[in-house]
Design a protein around this ligand. Structure first.
Ligand code: NAP
Length: 279
């Protein structure tokens, strides 16, 4: 049987099994996608046994993404730039690693805007953690000219400037609302606004109504940022689309079929996040 899994610690929150098992059924592929709790001290052992195991590969989630990057045999350019992997697959007895968050973010963005409209424009990103790294890398590749990064800990924004160059402009967290002026794309990649986390405190008054707003948070489905942006006329998209699209390449690498992100899948995962969600 074809099998893949997601590993993390903790792992009970992961929606990956729901997504991949849906696709396995949808494409009539005999297989299963498991959720495995792997504590940090067991990561190295798990990965060394993976090539001879029943698993074709795995997704990697917190807190293993950086260590897994160092433990696999080979990584691609995207993973090397970010220093993390979220997807591992087997080829010729070796473990290969990549990161699919950036392409998931871009694929979701295409649902609400033409990517060509972002070329030579300015983006503002809140946050400088793991998700922000992937987003910023993708935006650099899309040809934006300036990416302003506002993060509570400015040293992390400075670190992103070291990695991606002088198009990255670190902004003090206190100045985040002012920074939204003359912005074509505004991305929240902090955990603020997520269920159980503090709200994202931001004043959208300076944000042009022509700007696209992307919130990476997917629980709740409609964050207060999305609601506020939509109500003033901005085009806005939540984190669910990115969550679904980042899973596409892993499925293709393990099972050989490139799956589609459909409304039916969106509704399935949305109902898992919010049981009262109506399609
Ligand atoms: P992370 O590496 O832990 O980074 C968290 C970020 O949030 C950091 O920039 C952190 O700032 C900031 N932050 C946390 N608490 C804050 C507070 N009280 N005030 C100001 N800033 C605060 O996490 P991550 O992996 O980047 O994930 C960030 C968010 O993106 C999460 O909500 C996650 O669910 C979401 N995400 C979504 C997808 C998707 O597919 N839609 C994929 C990945 C992540 P400091 O640097 O100052 O700590």
């Amino acid at each position: 049987m074809n099998r893949a899994c997601v590993i993390g610690w903790p792992i009970s929150h992961s929606r990956s099994p729901l997504i991949h098992n849906y696709w396995l059924e949808r494409y009539s592929i005999q297989g299963r996608y498991d959720r495995l709790p792997i504590e940090p001290s067991k990561l190295s052992g798990f990965l060394s046994e993976l090539p001879s195991s029943e698993y074709l590969g795995c997704n990697i989630t917190l807190p293993h993404k950086e260590r897994a990057f160092r433990l696999v045999d080979q990584t691609d350019e995207i993973a090397q730039r970010l220093g993390v992997v979220n997807t591992i697959y087997r080829r010729g007895g070796k473990l290969l690693g990549t990161s699919t968050d950036g392409e998931g973010f871009v694929a979701n963005l295409t649902a609400v805007t033409a990517l060509s409209k972002l070329k030579n424009q300015r983006a503002v990103v809140f946050g400088a953690g793991g998700a922000a790294m992937a987003v910023v890398g993708a935006l650099v590749d899309l040809g934006l000219t300036e990416i302003a990064i506002a993060n509570r800990t400015i040293e992390r924004s400075n670190q992103l400037r070291k990695i991606f160059g002088k198009m990255i402009v670190p902004i003090e967290w206190a100045d985040r609302s002012e920074a939204l002026a003359e912005c074509h794309l505004f991305v929240n990649s902090t955990s603020l606004g997520m269920t159980g986390q503090p709200a994202l405190n931001v004043n959208l008054a300076r944000l042009p109504t022509s700007a696209v707003v992307a919130d990476l948070v997917y629980s709740p489905l409609q964050t207060p940022l999305l609601v506020a942006a939509l109500s003033r006329g901005n085009v806005a998209t939540g984190g669910m689309g990115m969550l679904l699209h980042q899973a596409v390449r892993g499925f293709e690498l393990w099972f050989g079929t490139r799956p589609k992100v459909t409304k039916e899948l969106y509704d399935l995962v949305a109902r898992d996040i919010n049981p009262s969600y109506l399609s």
